[in-house]
Ligand binder design. Sequence first.
Ligand code: AMP
Ligand code: MG
Length: 335
Amino acid sequence: MDHSSKVLEATAANLAHCAELLRGDEVVGMPTETVYGLAGNALNEVSVRKIFAVKGRPLLDPLIVHFSDLAAAEAHIETNDSVRQLAAAFWPGPLTMIVPKQASIPDLVTAGLPSVAIRVPQHPVFRTILERLDFPLAAPSANPFGYVSPTRASHVAHTLGSRIQAVLDGGACDFGLESTIVDLRNPQVPVILRHGPITQAQINQILQVEVTAHSGASNDTAPQSAPGLLTKHYSPRARVTLLAHGETLTADAALDPGIAVVCNQQPTWHTDQPNIFWLSETGELNEIAHNLFELIQRLDQQDYQQLCIEQAAEEGLGQAINDRLRRAAAKLKAE
Ligand code: AMP
Ligand code: MG
């Protein structure tokens, strides 16, 4: 069924309507600068349960809580100097911090962990809604659990439209990749749990330490300190295989109409084939990130059985892009 009527333009009347839905413990699809989120009252268990149910997300995968500013967040956490420094440098923006929580944050939000993931988003539509509410918003990406994250309101309507009342339209997401997550439970030893738009080098510079990054390998069945770092995630229906950065595809694959080939930039070979796509005119990493999930969603609605995607250069934002690609290509043991 077509659920495009659930997509609401961000007019004053629609913003007021969505704020009212959220006050009534409903969940609403909303734009952020990273990807679209499925938002609900973070302090209310009824709303939080709806978020998990609508996404089909396991309860052991904790949610990020979004605040209007640092002061609002500090009312619900145990803060520290690193939080303040990173907030001053990158908020509002695509950085999530893990910190000890206060009792006001329900255990359901944090999968029972004594810590909470917090962020102050930048998108004007999300900020306007937060400013109208007297509670923070829990908001994971607005996609069925395990699927590619949505970067347009239409992606949300297409996958979750039958289960929610509204998606606010804020256009295409600027970054198109989920936020960077940094664990500050021990502020002396910050750890990057998920690469994203704010790079490791940027965080090092602000904290004046060498921040380490979580290996990414994790146990997919047991609760853990960062339960959401599942090996397989961000996966479209079509099978994903990866090409190394700069690798040229064999003619056989390029000529197979069941395979869509996705390059960083326009390749010098087989460009007349209808199944060859590229993410950027210039090869810039932020353009590649911006277009990646959108192109995957588009190709996944066509008849391709396989998406063969070139990895980015493994530096800066390329680490985040390649992390998502590796998870999209991962197979669970049972598969
Ligand atoms: P998302 O799926 O984009 O909403 O990102 C949420 C991810 O943040 C989770 O899947 C976890 O990996 C991480 N996360 C959230 N809350 C916590 C927490 N309290 N402790 C550790 N990691 C967390
Ligand atoms: Mg997600």
